[in-house]
Design a protein around this ligand. Structure first.
Ligand SMILES: NC(=O)c1ccc[n+]([C@@H]2O[C@H](COP(=O)([O-])OP(=O)(O)OC[C@H]3O[C@@H](n4cnc5c(N)ncnc54)[C@H](O)[C@@H]3O)[C@@H](O)[C@H]2O)c1
Ligand SMILES: O=C(O)C1=N[C@H](C(=O)O)CCC1
Length: 259
């Protein structure tokens, strides 16, 4: 039986992960980490009655779980993953907001500890395919902008998926600015900039998670779009990660790298 700790179990994604792990043969939730809680009864969050709830990660004993699933907040994720690796938990991380420098430090720590894990900015198949297709398209259409659209409760901007998309595109094109002479008469009108790739972040009620990658060429354009209409759509990727994480001997970034 693989023992699982879920950090952020009371949140929107945490609750999806709880339901997933409860339904998976061979896996059991043994612990949960939360920030603040209305109830200390695990069953109020669909956790098994025997699961231990923690509100301070320093209290979590090594050995209580094999895998640390993280759907928390950008401000907590680096400390959580570092703690997980230092205490022998294999991290499966959906929380966004890690910097390149933080990812590099965590990768080095995972190698030192010979402990595998996965950091995936998006567990949805449509987003993984969008990123792959966008990287391919950028070889032929190097002028590109990204529009990501999310619910109004999202804490970080741009989304982890949009940043990953930009990084993958940047691998196959020369860094350059499209329309470099544009003057912004309203600050921020041209969006954020990753190596010359503009990223626009939309936050609106009713939305869940969506992304468009717009490519422009001479007399033609290509638009690639994905939509996550339901948070349940991320769970097939989390399931793959749970099943594969035991085979990894270091941290891997991107679900596409374990499919
Ligand atoms: N990788 C993916 O496919 C994917 C999909 C959706 C969301 N996300 C990301 O997952 C994260 C969570 O999203 P959400 O919609 O569930 O958010 P949410 O706000 O609904 O849930 C976050 C939970 O984390 C808890 N929390 C806050 N600080 C904590 C800490 N220090 N330790 C433990 N728990 C803490 C909060 O109390 C809350 O219950 C975000 O970073 C989001 O971008 C990733
Ligand atoms: O709801 C969110 O928040 C999401 N965050 C991820 C991101 O930042 O890319 C993935 C999609 C949902």
């Amino acid at each position: 039986m693989t023992k699982v700790l879920i950090a952020g179990f009371a949140g929107s994604m945490g609750q999806q992960a709880v339901n997933l792990v409860n339904s998976l043969p061979g896996f059991e939730i043994t612990a949960g980490l939360a920030h603040t809680l209305k109830s200390q009864n695990p069953e109020d969050y669909q956790l098994p009655a025997a699961a231990k709830i923690f509100t301070n990660r320093a209290d979590i004993p090594a050995g209580i779980a094999d895998v640390w699933v993280d759907f928390t907040v950008p401000s907590a994720v680096y400390g959580n993953v570092k703690f997980a690796l230092e205490h022998g938990f294999r991290p499966v991380v959906g929380t966004t907001g890690l910097t390149d420098e933080q990812e590099g430090e965590l990768l080095a720590l995972s190698k030192k500890k010979h402990l595998g894990g996965l950091i995936a900015p998006n567990f949805g198949m449509s987003a993984v395919l969008l990123m792959k297709f966008a990287k391919e398209a950028a070889k032929y259409f190097p002028d590109v902008e990204i529009i990501e659209m999310h619910h109004e409760d999202k804490k970080d901007a741009p989304s982890g998926t949009a940043l990953s998309t930009a990084k993958m595109i940047a691998e196959v094109r020369e860094p350059h600015q499209t329309a470099p002479d544009t003057t912004e008469s309203l600050a921020g009108a041209r969006g954020g900039d990753y190596q010359g790739i503009k990223i626009h972040a939309v936050r609106l009620p009713g939305y869940i998670a969506h992304e468009q990658v717009l490519f422009g060429g001479k007399g033609e354009a290509l638009t690639i779009r994905q939509d996550s209409f339901d948070r349940g759509s991320f769970m097939s990727g989390v399931k793959v990660a749970l099943e594969r994480v035991g085979e990894l001997d270091q941290l891997v970034v991107g679900l596409e790298n374990i499919l």
